[in-house]
Design a protein around this ligand. Structure first.
Ligand code: THG
Length: 364
């Protein structure tokens, strides 16, 4: 990949380079490493130790001002009225037709101060436009906040050493404010893996290297390593990737995110009518876990058609060999007539056509 000033580096980029990142992707116009040793070696390490992930590309859209909470509930069909300061929620954001625009983690800092920790789409523009269109008294911008994830089974031990025992009071999808080198930063119990962990939201770019090395030194005996969102772990866990597994062509119901939508309860959230209508019908297709037969599949870099009786009945958008489950695990969008667990389909990879079996649940 050719580097350029359009591809934003992060406060941790120098550390990531030094740690030997072997490949990157682009996410929200920022660099995001995709593996260090290999996807499989990183996976085994993530499942037994602790890793630091430069997920600065999970940019924050900040909403502040007297109408901040009002705007938040316009933006998402999830009922967030009971949310308290110090809580996070996974919130679908949809357009007027009920199509997915983003699937961020919302952090409520105060009644009049929220962050949306976004996935890979230009949500800032949408939020600004909604705020202007509704004439709301808010300021919407992208503060230079860079999350650093600490993920893995021994992450709590490591974070406790650096931030103290108060870390044990943070519940899953909660957060609190901690001090690091005289600066306040937010630490939440969250992250894009099923191995447990925390995310540290660094607002002072100049402290990136200090934060990185402090965590590395504190975790030397824990075999802490640099890592990144791991493809195998995220497919096993069924964690969705916006732009890959779903786009604005999909409703939250198709994405299996119906449990995070209560459009009936929310007076005027965007997409309300469309979602109420969709919630009353069965979705015509839905995200499903699939098991693909045979040896290791190649990287899924374009959707692979799912075929039954010579007809296209869906597509696979992520697939990878799972060493722990000794099969190829996959995420696909499958038409309703074919999504029952146990249904056997054919998947057309660029190399060959193989059997793909729909499963009832993800692997972890
Ligand atoms: N952390 C933060 N920001 C993010 C991500 C993150 N922004 C981009 C991307 N990841 C957004 N997508 C997701 C997808 C899944 C989850 C979080 C963000 C997630 N889901 C849990 C699950 O599905 O089991 C829990 C959901 C819940 O209980 O509400 O964690 O990782 N800061």
């Amino acid at each position: 990949m050719t580097a350029s000033c359009r591809l934003r580096r992060t406060p941790f980029s120098q550390n990531v380079d030094n740690a030997g990142a072997k490949a990157f992707t682009v996410y929200n116009r920022m660099l995001l490493p995709t593996f260090f040793e290999s996807i499989e070696a990183d996976y085994h390490h993530l499942k037994s130790h602790v890793q630091l992930w430069d997920v600065s590309c999970q940019r924050q859209v900040e909403i502040r001002g007297p109408d901040a909470s009002h705007l938040m509930q316009l933006l998402t069909p999830r009922n967030i009225s009971s949310m308290m300061s110090g809580q996070c929620r996974y919130v679908p954001i949809v357009d007027d037709a009920g199509g997915m625009l983003n699937d961020p983690v919302a952090l409520k800092l105060l009644d009049d101060l929220w962050w949306l920790s976004i996935s890979d789409s230009d949500l800032l523009l949408w939020v600004k436009a909604i705020a202007i269109g509704f004439g709301l008294n808010v300021i919407v911008d992208e503060p230079d906040v860079s999350p650093l994830a600490v993920q893995g089974p021994t992450s709590k031990k490591l974070v406790e050493r650096v931030f103290g025992s108060k870390i044990n009071d943070i519940r899953f999808f909660g957060f609190d404010i901690f001090s690091f080198m005289g600066q306040d930063l937010i630490v939440s119990r969250s992250g894009y893996s099923k191995q447990g962990g925390f995310e540290i939201y660094l607002a002072d770019y100049s402290l990136g290297t200090s934060l990185w090395s402090t965590l590395f030194e504190a975790g030397a005996d824990l075999d802490v390593r640099a890592g990144c969102p791991n493809l195998i772990d995220r497919v096993e866990a069924g964690l969705l990737s916006y732009g890959g597994d779903m786009t604005s062509d999909n409703s939250p119901y198709e994405c299996g995110l119906g449990k995070y939508c209560q459009p009936e309860e929310i007076k005027n959230c965007i997409g309300r009518e469309a979602l109420i209508k969709k919630s009353k019908e069965e979705p015509i297709r839905q995200i499903r876990p699939l098991e693909i037969a045979g040896s290791k599949v190649p990287i899924c870099a374009e959707a692979w058609p799912l075929i039954k009786n010579h007809q296209r009945v869906g597509q696979v958008t992520a697939a990878v060999w799972s060493p722990d489950f000794e099969t190829n695990v996959a995420i696909g969008m499958v038409d309703q007539e074919y999504w029952a667990s146990g249904t056997e389909l054919i998947v057309e990879t660029p190399q060959d056509a193989r059997s793909a079996i729909v499963r009832s649940s993800f692997w972890s």
